[in-house]
Design a protein around this ligand. Structure first.
Ligand SMILES: [Zn+2]
Ligand SMILES: [Zn+2]
Length: 265
């Protein structure tokens, strides 16, 4: 059975001249379905009372960026500016912002907003917001949390700067290499959260198994190693990934399509 044609499900919106409450920002965008990246002008809302504006220094490339950019999920609005592992330096803050100051290094992950009122938001689980989150790109602007033209989709971090509500901004600790910090904001937290949830940060010895050693799996091995587990077990899809496991100090490993334990040092 054939699914819908992504060329037909792609949506389009026009970016007009910036309004009074917006500024122009340059971004790498896929202008239309099937086209390649090119630089375009987008508009972002000016800094409001709770906003943090930062210049972009690094932005991770996550595979989701490819899926959305290519309309694999049939929900992409073009022009599409991906990017949800944002890392930058603060250049302006609104008057209610006390946690961040100009010059601070900050990060933003896959979300730039949620209702902040439902039970999940109040419990600190904004990603489960019952009214829906605002994704960092290709999301709807709602709850008055993202400034500028509310009819436009959100634009991600493949751009020169960004303005994000302080609740969805994190401070990057001093001493952390900035280029390495960016991928923590999606791939890293995606691996760290289950490790913590299943007790890997509790101090108890355990064997950690990682199925699939791609971008996230490699991050999982590194995190497991940082938690100093004596045994890290990888389940590989392909034997080519054996080199990655060896390099990152994972042992033993199993191949899921050929389950035999290989020891590697
Ligand atoms: Zn991601
Ligand atoms: Zn909520």
């Amino acid at each position: 059975m054939q699914g819908p044609n992504p060329a037909e499900t792609a949506k389009y919106k026009e970016i007009k001249a910036p309004r009074e409450d917006e500024y122009r920002d340059v971004a790498w965008a896929i202008p239309k379905y099937g086209e390649k990246f090119e630089p375009i002008w987008i508009n972002r809302g000016n800094v409001r009372d709770d906003d943090v504006k930062f210049e972009m220094l690094y932005n991770g490339i996550c595979h989701t960026d490819c899926h959305i950019g290519l309309n694999h999920l049939h929900g992409t609005t073009y022009p599409c500016v991906p990017g949800h592992e944002l890392l930058g330096k603060v250049v302006e803050v609104g008057k209610n912002v006390t946690k961040f100051a100009i010059g601070d290094h900050v990060g933003v992950g896959c979300m730039v907003g949620s209702c902040l009122e439902c039970a999940h938001c109040l419990a600190g689980d904004e990603q489960y917001c019952m009214k829906g989150t605002i994704m960092s790109y290709n999301g709807d602007r709602k709850y008055n949390l993202v400034g500028g033209d509310q009819d436009l989709q959100t634009f991600g971090g493949y751009s020169a700067s960004h303005v994000v509500h302080q609740h969805f901004v994190v401070k990057i600790p001093e001493g952390l290499a900035l280029d390495k910090a960016a991928p923590i904001l999606c791939a890293g937290i995606t691996m760290y959260d289950p490790l913590r949830n299943w007790g890997a940060t509790s101090g108890k010895k355990m064997t950690i198994g990682i199925i699939g050693v791609g971008g996230l799996g490699t991050m999982g091995i590194k995190l497991s190693k940082a938690l100093s587990w004596s045994r890290r077990r990888c389940h590989l899809h392909q034997c080519q990934q054996r080199g990655t496991c060896q390099r990152e100090g994972c042992h033993p490993f199993l191949r899921v399509n050929q389950p035999r334990v290989h020891r590697c040092q």
